[in-house]
Design a protein around this ligand. Sequence first.
Ligand code: ADP
Ligand code: MG
Length: 910
Amino acid sequence: MGVIQIAELQPHSIHADDVLKQLSTSSTGLTREEAAERLERFGRNTLPRAKPLSIQMLFLRQFLSPLIYVLLAAAAVSFFLERMTDAIFILAVLLINAIIGTAQEYSAERNIESLRDLVRTYARVVREGESFEVDAEECVPGDVVLLEEGMKVPADLRLLETHALEVDESLLTGESTPVSKDASALLKWNAALGDRVNMAFAGTIVTRGRGRGVVVATGRETELGRLAGSLTDVESAKPPLTRRMEVFSANIAKAVLIAVILIIAIEVRRGMDAAQVFVQSVALAVSAIPEGLPVALTVVLAVAVNRMARRNVIVRRMVAVETLGSCDFIASDKTGTLTMNELTARLVAIPGHGFMEVTGEGISPEGEIRTAHGKPTEQEEHIIKRVVTAAALCNEAFFGMRDGRWVHHGDTVDVALLVMAHKVGVRQADITARYPMIAQIPFASERKFAATLNRVDGRLHAFVKGAPETLLEMCSSMVTIDGEAPLERDAIERCASDMANNGYRVLAIADGALESDEDFSDRRLKGLTFLGLIGMIDPLRPEAKPAVARCRKAGIEVAMVTGDHPITALAIARELGMAQGMDEVVTGPELRKAELIGKEAFDDLVRRARVFARVEPRQKLDIIQSLIRLGRTVAVTGDGANDAPAMRAAHVGVAMGKSGTDIAKESAELVITDDNFASIVAGVEEGRVAYSNVRKVIFLLVSTGAAEIVLFFLALFAAVPLPLLAVQLLWLNLVTNGIQHIGLALEPAEGDEMRRPPRPQREGIFNRIMLERILLSSIVMGGVAFGLYKYLLGTGSSLDEARNSTMLLMVLFENIQVFNSRSELRSAFSLSPTRNPTLFFGTLGAQLVHIAAMYTPWLSGVLNIGPVSLEHWARLLALALSILIAMEAYKLVRRRMSGNSHVSVTEPLD
Ligand code: ADP
Ligand code: MG
């Protein structure tokens, strides 16, 4: 067949078979060669991406700030007043600042962009009759795709088969209720997009059921692709920290401007040269305003995103970096996150007969079943076979040989059961061929069981497996060595809780004859025969226990949310050190009861619970909402489609990268690529580092700015000439705030991040400790500098000489302050410069640039500065060390006051 005319095809108005024909494919899919060839021809299944801002735009954007407008105005004024050097210098400073800002932002954004690619979506395709996963970008027209709950539809599909399939198409149609799909429908060619029930569109999400469809369009050709231009990118919203920082900078700018206006007013009244005072004051404003903050913040966030990626945490929404830092509660799934999700069936119990052991490790067919006296007897063997046959028939996984290798896929519980069946000689392929399946109730967490209806020797027979308490309701008899007997509920329950107490995940098995195959649902599952219990072990992740301990030290509570039995869950929680006794366990049914009484009763349960067992997925949302009511900052993990609401409600939704469905990833702020609980904790740590680095940058910028203001105000009150010239102030800004704040943004962890309590949700950046530090350091720097200036003027130095020394002192002060900023409590001497070469060499370089300027004739001319004697230099350095001493003393007092705990240090001001 010739070229496929995708655009002209109206697949919704054509029979599925004809669509397959037109696409020269079949219901068993393309051949691998054909798929490869089509990938060449049609290209990858991707949408053109919104281009990141070009470097020119980034550069221009640096000038979009009121502060810069003021500066430009100052340059213009200087120009008209024929103060050329001032004008040119202001422009030069502007340019250098913009270049630094552009370079930083550009590399930061590039970085974040490249990390986004790490979250991939996969599609389940059928090729040559076999189903497997491919990168969704490799879907081609003609591919047969399987859809399942939680999946993102990879391309536009004409559906071939639907089973209760429902799709959320809000992305395309804005309609938020899911649409029921029906492959057999045939529609008019002009049916509206939302009515095309025999189609599934790229980018929409399967909320229920299953389906199978053939790809009719990929990439730009899809409905989504046509729409892409008009889609708004949610990601482009600024993270709250950035927004708060902008407001904060604006407020500081206002305060500085008020101070400056005051200076101008007073100086002009004193009869000073208005033009000079104006230019000088504007320069003061420029120097004091922390204009580097937004760029530094971008860098902090980019660095955090990068460091998290190295620790298996992918940030999908920037806000997570900030929120993680104050997270004080993690609600984690059990299976796969705290445990390995590598289940092995270890115990079998048949009624009235004690435990039998299953040998062998992991997913491999070697092993056997042993009773207390060795090999099972013939009767025992008979019952065991009946148990595993039921478990293998009622099964949604695959385990078998393919190309000489053992392969498996599907639910880990189901795989473990197939492996066990194999060990006693029951092969999935054999029995599914012998006992064909008529109907099925797939496993769902909220049902807690799965069942199939099969034809056995011409009769209908149901096979059921699931939670013991659910199955016991369905049974009226049980097997024993001596034949069928009435059900002994108590004995079975005791046996099940014995197993659960030892951390086994317990599954019950039952079977029974049915009269007809009509309406196969749980209502029909009655009067079954109970066959036995299977105990499975899911080993703990080795990193989980230490990670829980780290959380405890960091003041973060951890709770487990699971569908498993309360006793099993508690046994595991105990082993992890998350909970001690039954009083910390709350079950789904208990929560439901409390819900009826009222929110308070519900919150009371949630407050004391560290293990939530037998909860249904939809209850997870209620738990999260309750935690938020209790004032917690909550991170919650999730993998399934029905976890999405809870993840959206939580402060930080964490999706599992490996086992998570697309919908879970889409709703998440973070994706953990190794599904490991320990990675979440690593993320929290990086979040805390990021937040504390933001604080470091703010401290440096605000305290040095404030010092300059203090210096000027003291001079104003003393009625001496303003201490620094406009060019000097601008120069000072450049050699003290030009690169150092970026260096601070790169600071590595101090190491005790996870030994502090979480930052209170509402705590502002300006908490008590921040204010004290800023006040103290600005008064010391401003005061000492003023003292020097006044002293020099009083001892016969010229104004230029006094300014030169004051200038050098300020440069020294502010560069020493960089090292004071590295920690709020730790001594500057305890932090080696090698931990942050950018900071060290950046600051050193800036200092050298200033010294060089003092010796460079034309520059020193412009700046009105000059070389000083070595002795004088040493004296100034000694003076400058006062800020180091002051801050060290402050830190010492603070450390003493807080003793070993850091609680009082981070307490909010109000
Ligand atoms: P978890 O939070 O541990 O993943 P689930 O919600 O998946 O728990 O499972 C809840 C209960 O349903 C389990 O304790 C078990 O009794 C039962 N169950 C789990 N998987 C299956 C399955 N594949 N088939 C039948 N029953 C299952
Ligand atoms: Mg599960």
